[in-house]
Design a protein around this ligand. Structure first.
Ligand code: GLU
Length: 504
């Protein structure tokens, strides 16, 4: 058997270190076994998937030195490798499930489903679909579909007993069927959900080992059942431990930058970041801490993975990066500095900002310090003397952050429109709203123009600095967060980013 693994990112946001971690382990396992590693884009969530996000993920993976044998752009015998281009396969699969009596059309309205959920929550039951449409006769269902009634396709779930999934790291895991929802497989717009597309693709792409984050364990029974329904052999399942913040909570951007491009912009070497990710849950035979990707692949073994929560420790990463930097020859070091930021391409966007403001070239370094380098560490006092204070100050920073987190198109006109719209909605003079943003971004009350700074810093660094500004002010307590979320929702434009990786 040829080992085939895959990483299957959803292109719905910035490239995440957690995705790179899963990709690295899948690549290392496939290569260590002489197998193949596939990259598949899971873009069935049409509302959230973007071509920019896909391009950014591929670019960040390549920067890290990851490479795949099959995938979009690379091609391969099992393509296309974008789920949005594989619709026919999912339609056929769903049709087969319905014909075999393993799935059924469901016409329930969102209001009815809400009511059912509320009643179940009151009765302290696991919220799940109550099987209402199971009782429809085939003729009635067909007639309603014929009449154009909106519907989804759900999978049937056994009424009794439990599902046992075999996790390579954890052994058998038993989950009662009563805990499993009659999952929607095809949405009302005809698009498959993650669960259907994922199983169909893993089968058709001949994936032998599904190695993914532990947050997917609860989905495994549904997947297992789908394999049984189709009569397909299920791949080996192995759920990697989740990366953690230092306080052991699930790695989150609120507590720790999670964007690969953040680390890239901050001047971490790709070798160091890959090395660091290789230390997350996998130990080298001699306990080596510094190794390149080739050495990692050579030593890689699923048996060497431990389930203890791997902590994404910034200090350790910085130490490791220092080790890698010091391992470079002086020439190579200079080359890296230039490739990172001291080059013509990087400086060109700054020239129009600097030229009108300077008499001497030596003013340049202090002026652009916060753009090219790290900005100085902030304290609450840095925000003193501004027109806003207290919760109003937190509010402006938090709301701007939420709006910028939701912004897909990081261009000057979009940034201007977003920030100005927020100021109008909050009934604030633009200058009042911008002042704390200046401080959070640059560490200075006066800096180069704000929108240009935002463009130059890019989404990862800019958002990280706003988050850090909030932290410098003492952070947002749980209670304050509730108030802010409520007020933000009242502004009417979407809700706070939930930082969820799951899609349904
Ligand atoms: N699209 C899923 C994700 O974004 C893939 C999960 C899996 O590997 O099955 O993580």
């Amino acid at each position: 058997m040829t080992v085939r693994t895959r990483v299957a990112p959803s292109p719905t946001g910035d490239p995440h270190v957690g995705t790179a971690y899963v990709a690295l382990f899948n690549m290392a396992f496939a290569r260590s076994q002489g197998g193949q590693f596939v990259l598949r884009i899971e873009d069935t969530d049409q509302a959230r998937s973007t071509a920019e996000s896909e391009a950014a993920i591929l670019d960040a993976f390549r920067w890290l030195g990851l490479n795949w044998d099959e995938g979009p752009e690379v091609g391969g015998p099992h393509g296309p490798y974008r789920q949005s281009e594989r619709g026919d396969l999912y339609q056929a699969a769903a049709k087969q499930l319905v014909a075999d009596g393993h799935a059924f059309p469901c016409f329930c309205t969102a209001e009815r489903l809400d009511e059912v959920r509320r009643a179940q929550q009151l009765a302290k039951e696991t919220p799940r679909y109550d099987g209402h449409c199971l009782s429809l006769s085939q003729e009635e269902a067909a007639a309603r579909i014929q009449a154009g009634e909106s519907h989804v396709i759900r999978m049937k779930i056994p009424e009794e007993g439990a599902c046992v999934i075999d996790d390579l790291f954890r052994g058998p895991i038993e989950i009662a069927w009563s805990q499993i929802d009659m999952q929607v497989l095809v949405k009302s717009d005809g698009m498959p959900t993650y669960h259907l597309a994922n199983v169909v693709d893993d089968h058709h792409m001949a994936i032998t080992h599904v190695i993914r984050g532990e947050e997917w364990i609860n989905s495994a029974p549904k997947h297992r059942l789908l394999y049984d329904y189709f009569g397909w052999e299920a791949p080996v399942l192995a759920h990697l431990p989740l990366l953690r913040n230092p306080d052991r909570s699930k790695l989150s951007k609120r507590k720790n930058p999670t964007g690969i491009n953040y680390y890239r912009r901050m001047g971490y070497l790709p070798e160091a970041l890959v090395n660091f990710l290789g230390l997350m849950g996998h130990s080298m035979p001699e306990g080596q801490e510094i190794f390149d990707v080739e050495a990692f692949i050579k030593a890689f073994s699923l048996e060497r993975i431990t389930l203890g929560a791997p902590v994404f420790d910034q200090e350790k990463l910085a130490w490791l990066n220092g080790q890698w930097l010091r391992g470079l020859s002086d020439e190579a070091f200079a080359d890296r500095v230039m490739a990172w930021g001291l080059n013509r391409d990087a400086l060109m966007p700054l020239v129009p900002l600097i030229k009108p403001r300077t008499e001497r070239l030596c003013d340049l370094a202090p002026m652009v310090g916060y753009l090219l380098g790290a900005r100085r560490t902030l304290a609450a006092e840095d925000f003193e003397g501004l027109a806003l204070e207290g919760e109003a100050l937190l509010e402006v920073l938090q709301f701007t952050l939420w709006r910028l987190e939701a912004l897909g198109d990081w261009t000057r006109p979009q940034l201007v429109a977003t920030v100005e719209a927020l100021a109008a909605e909050l009934d604030l003079k633009i200058r009042v709203l911008l002042a704390p943003l200046f401080v959070a971004l640059s560490g200075q009350a006066v800096s180069l123009p704000l929108y240009d700074s935002l463009v130059f810093l890019g989404p990862d660094l800019a958002r990280a600095r706003l988050r850090d500004g909030l932290e410098a002010l003492g952070g947002v307590s749980k209670k304050a967060a509730k108030r802010l979320e409520k007020r933000y929702a009242e502004l009417g434009q979407g809700s706070a980013d939930e930082e969820s990786t799951a899609e349904s």
